[in-house]
Design a protein around this ligand. Sequence first.
Ligand code: SF4
Length: 267
Amino acid sequence: MTGWPEDPADATTPVANSTAAVERLAANAPSLERLDARVSVCRACPRLVEWRERVAVEKRAAFRDEPYWGRPIPGWGDPRARILVLGLAPAAHGGNRTGRIFTGDRSGDWLFAALHRAGLARLATSERAGDGQHLTDVRIAAAVRCAPPANAPTPEERDTCRPWLVRELEFLRPRLAVIVVLGGFAWAALWPALVAAGYDVPARRGRFGHLSEVELPGGVLVLGSFHPSQQNTFTGKLTEPMLDAVFNRAKSAAGDPDAEADPGTRP
Ligand code: SF4
């Protein structure tokens, strides 16, 4: 539709303009690819639509000569991922600028470098859509898909956006083994989405913390991690070894991606 690298939508992609439309278009998305396309043109939250588009016009001075995406950011990565990384929401001058989750901001620098050290990302950096970055066995998504003012979506916006995550969890379910949750907001947002997606979720579960774990009865491990926000990384609350420990744990819990072939790959 736009000629933007990796743009999943085209002129035929239906646009959600309301909470009810998000619910309907998420529930009947026929594939992960089509879900991503529908997410990327969503306009259901008036405050966030206004904000993301205003930021895309006003821009940050350092990026004034660059085009901004200014749209929702769908999940991105390996469609057959066994590890899902769930964040809060795109950054105004990161994903909202580049069109790809965690791409073009300091949090993403930390995240993609850690994924690369763990052997899950081709490149140690993620600068722009179409830069050659590639994830293996990992997909990254956000609980809220539009950049919010002050990184703070309202509870209503979080709930309106949930059906996109629910449908994503449904598509990933056959292979999903680990969900790495970045920060307390995403931790809280994940549980109702898991329930709505049909996952068996324990009634009692631990509080969010770094390397906190909840094993779902169906076998999926939910693994907490401090968010690689500038606030956490500048203050040393989150260090590179701490983030490496998260992805090493995620990899060991997910196991060998080739050892557990699904019916489509079994010889
Ligand atoms: S936050 Fe989610 S539901 Fe709201 S406009 Fe963005 S993509 Fe749509």
